[in-house]
Write a protein that binds this ligand. Sequence first.
Ligand code: PLP
Length: 395
Amino acid sequence: MTGPDPLLTWRKEFPILETCTYMISHSLGAMPRGVREKLTAFADLWNERGIQAWEDAWWEMPLTVGNTLAKILGAAPGSVTMHQNVSVSESIIASALDFSGPRNKVVYTDMNFPSVMYVWEARRKLGARVQMVASDDGITVDTQKLLDAIDEKTLVVPISHVLFKSAFIQDVAAVVEKAEKVGALVALDCYQSTGTIPFSLEKLGVHFALGGSVKWLCGGPGAGYLYVRPDLMGKFSPAVTGWAAHARPFAFETGPIDYAEGIRRWMHGTPAIAPLYQCQPGFEIIQTVGVQAIRERSVRQTTRMIDRARAKGFRINSPLDSSRRGGSVIVDVNDGKSVCQELIRRRFLVDYRPGAGVRIAPHFYNTDEECDALIDEIAAIAASRPAGAPAANRS
Ligand SMILES: Cc1ncc(COP(=O)(O)O)c(C=O)c1O
């Protein structure tokens, strides 16, 4: 006799699952029940201890919470600090690099998340030469094309581990190998892989990594993170900085900054504390469930959904090979935006991305029945629509 599915026993920790079919964890992971208590603990400490809250816990939290996350990221303690979001973390990295010399090329792909592109494009005025490697099919990035673009003039390669639009998994190891060979740095956006694909930043050898907690980590907004490879931490002087990055912040020294040692050097001003409380239940649950178990479930359920959708005649805009696919499935459907709106009205929570389609993200708390019902609902809505509206990948 088989017992209850161990992953599904976590469903009770996510109240929203009782009210809808929640398949949008690539965008906003479901809120763990424990978040409410954590945010109350934050408010209580502030209320009861006032200014002493900083000493009690708050001042160290970007690093202590970073250490919890480091376990999921496969990173050493002391190599991760928390920031607000990817845009901030990416800007800190960019501000640490010097584009005034001959090595001033930034190589990225057009499948990066837009925030990331905007940060690097903005460096053009400081001398950056930006080379964008285009996807041939809007789903994948040709690894060889990317590797060929990385040369002796390349300073940094900001790439996504899993592409947000298609869930394609990039070959990070190959990119790091090429970057190391020519002396370039890799800044890995692992937002779409953390918490759904097992990996180790240490083993990958990336120079920098960053992401947020909003999605698969079920940690909510405001708890972004930045990893710096320990041997590189002291070698850079980020220009996006502040007093929390000073060696003696409470001396309030005037003039130029004397940077702190270690990952503190990569901080800036007063940290946003409430998100660092709110993200903890999600981190704890993901770590307890285990990313390997989450991945196994995800591969099975995404494959199941793809098979069902294809059997109904839908085109899939994510890789069919599960070893190259992250946690999402993108179904191309005529008039995808309005199909998505109708799904949400019927309490199937998914999203839509132009040029991609309806994005679906089963997480460890979803059942097989929910996966089947969602695909059936898409088919039912599509069948009720007039034919001929443009499909997402052609719009
Ligand atoms: C791969 C990836 N990077 C970054 C972001 C978001 O960037 P930011 O944290 O700056 O909002 C997202 C989605 O929101 C994403 O999917």
